[in-house]
Design a protein around this ligand. Structure first.
Ligand SMILES: Nc1ncnc2c1ncn2[C@@H]1O[C@H](COP(=O)(O)OP(=O)(O)OP(=O)(O)O)[C@@H](O)[C@H]1O
Ligand SMILES: [Mg+2]
Length: 347
C-alpha cells in the first residue's frame, strides 16, 4: 500500500478545470481518491490551512496545488509546507523545483537552461532582480526583446521592446509589482522623504526576464500533457499584438504543423520530471519554439475546449474523439508516473 497526501488550497480547491470557457471549478478530489484507491494508494486529504505538522510523512507521495503570487502571501505559506515536506522525506509530485517555477518565470528560465536539447533553447533569457540591474547591462541585452515580469499570467507583464527607449520603459514596468493605492501611497511617502532629504522607497525591485523575440508569429499552441495523453489548441495573437496568451482566440487545427508541435512537446516532456505539463509552443513555419512550461496548477482550458486528444503510441499519434473526465485523466497520469518511478527504482 502506498501513502499519498492531497493538499487542497485554502478555499478547499485542488487545481481547477473549466466546465465552460467562462466557468471554473475545482477538480473533484473524491474522483481522484476513488481512482487512486483502485491502484493501492491510501489517500489522505488535507488543506494548506489545516496542515498537521505532527505527522510523519516520510515516503508519502504528495499531490499539491499552488496559487498566484499575490504579494507573496499564501504562496509563500505553501512554499514553507512543501519544502518542509521534502526535507522530511515526502515525495512531491511534481518535484519542489517545479513549484518554485509556478508563476515564476525567473525560475522557469533557469530550469530551461538545464534541458539537454538545444531545440528548447531558441529562446535565451537573462534573469534580473531589479530595474537598475537591467539598466546597468542594457547595452548587452538583445533587441528586439521580450521583457516579462517573473509573475503574471495571460500575458500581463509581458512587453515587447524594439528600441533602447522601449526597453527602458518595459524594464521599469516589469520590475514594478506595486500598483493602485499602495503605489500612490509610496509616491506620497517618497515626496516626504525627498523633502526630508532621505532616501526614497524603491518600487522597481521585482525580478523579471529579458529574452529574444521570435519574430513573425501569428499565435502559439497550448499543449497539455497528462502521461501519454496530449491536448492541443492553437491560440491566435490578440489583435495587433505579438501575444497569444489571454487572447481567448482558440482555433482547432490538425495539420502537419500540429504533429510537429506534438512531437516537439513529447521530446520536451522527456526533459521534465512530472506526470503532467502545460507547454506554450510557437511554430514559425520552420521550427517549434518553447515559450513556457508549467507543471503545477495550470488551467485545463485546452482539455475542456477540445473535443478530441492525441495519444502517443510507438511514435505515432492516435486521435481519440469525445470529451474526457479531467479527474480520470489526471489520476491515470499519476498512477502511470508512480508505477514507472517504482519500476526504475527496482531495476
Ligand atoms: N520570446 C517570445 N517571442 C515571441 N513571442 C513571445 C515570446 N514570449 C512570449 N511570447 C508571446 O507572449 C505570450 C505571453 O507570454 P508567456 O506565455 O511567456 O507569459 P504569460 O502568458 O503571462 O504566461 P502564462 O502562459 O503562464 O499565462 C505568449 O503566448 C506568446 O504569444
Ligand atoms: Mg504563457
Amino acid at each position: 500500500m502506498r501513502s499519498l497526501l492531497i493538499i487542497q488550497d485554502m478555499r478547499g480547491w485542488f487545481w481547477k478545470t473549466y466546465p465552460t470557457p467562462n466557468q471554473t471549478k475545482s477538480l473533484d478530489t473524491r474522483i481522484i481518491v476513488t481512482e487512486l484507491a483502485k491502484c493501492d494508494f491510501e489517500v489522505q486529504l488535507t488543506r494548506y490551512d489545516r496542515f498537521d505538522f505532527s505527522k510523519n510523512y516520510t515516503g508519502h507521495y504528495v499531490l499539491y496545488g499552488s496559487s498566484e503570487d499575490y504579494l507573496g502571501g499564501s504562496k509563500s505559506y505553501m512554499d514553507d509546507i512543501l519544502l518542509w515536506l521534502e526535507l522530511h522525506g515526502a515525495i512531491l509530485i511534481p518535484n519542489y523545483k517545479y513549484f518554485r517555477a509556478h508563476h515564476n518565470k525567473v525560475m522557469m528560465e533557469l530550469l530551461r537552461q538545464d534541458f539537454s536539447g538545444a531545440e528548447f533553447k531558441t529562446i535565451q533569457s537573462t534573469v534580473l532582480p531589479s530595474a537598475s540591474s537591467g539598466q546597468a547591462i542594457q547595452a548587452r541585452l538583445p533587441l528586439p526583446a521580450v521583457i516579462k515580469s517573473a509573475s503574471g499570467a495571460g500575458s500581463t507583464g509581458v512587453y515587447l521592446a524594439r528600441t533602447a527607449r522601449d526597453m527602458q520603459i518595459a524594464i521599469r514596468k516589469a520590475s514594478c509589482q506595486v500598483s493602485g493605492f499602495p503605489y500612490t501611497w509610496i509616491q506620497l511617502h517618497n515626496l516626504l522623504q525627498f523633502l526630508k532629504r532621505k532616501a526614497p522607497l524603491y518600487v522597481n525591485n521585482s525580478k523579471y526576464v529579458v529574452q529574444n523575440l521570435i519574430p513573425g508569429l501569428a499565435g502559439d499552441y497550448k499543449v497539455l500533457i497528462f502521461g501519454q495523453r496530449y491536448f492541443a489548441l492553437y491560440r491566435l495573437n490578440r489583435t495587433n499584438d505579438f501575444r497569444a496568451s489571454g487572447s481567448g482566440r482558440f482555433v482547432d487545427r490538425e495539420d502537419p504543423e500540429l504533429f510537429q508541435v506534438l512531437d516537439f512537446a513529447r521530446r520536451c516532456h522527456q526533459e521534465i520530471d512530472s506526470p503532467f505539463v502545460s507547454l506554450d509552443i510557437a511554430h514559425d513555419g520552420q521550427q517549434a519554439h518553447l515559450i513556457e512550461f508549467q507543471c503545477v496548477s495550470f488551467g485545463f482550458k485546452a482539455m475542456s475546449l477540445s473535443d478530441h486528444h492525441y495519444v502517443s503510441t510507438t511514435g505515432h499519434w492516435q486521435r481519440l474523439d469525445g470529451p474526457v473526465v479531467p479527474e480520470l485523466i489526471f489520476s491515470q497520469a499519476i498512477m502511470d508516473y508512480v508505477a514507472a518511478r517504482d519500476a526504475s527504482r527496482i531495476c
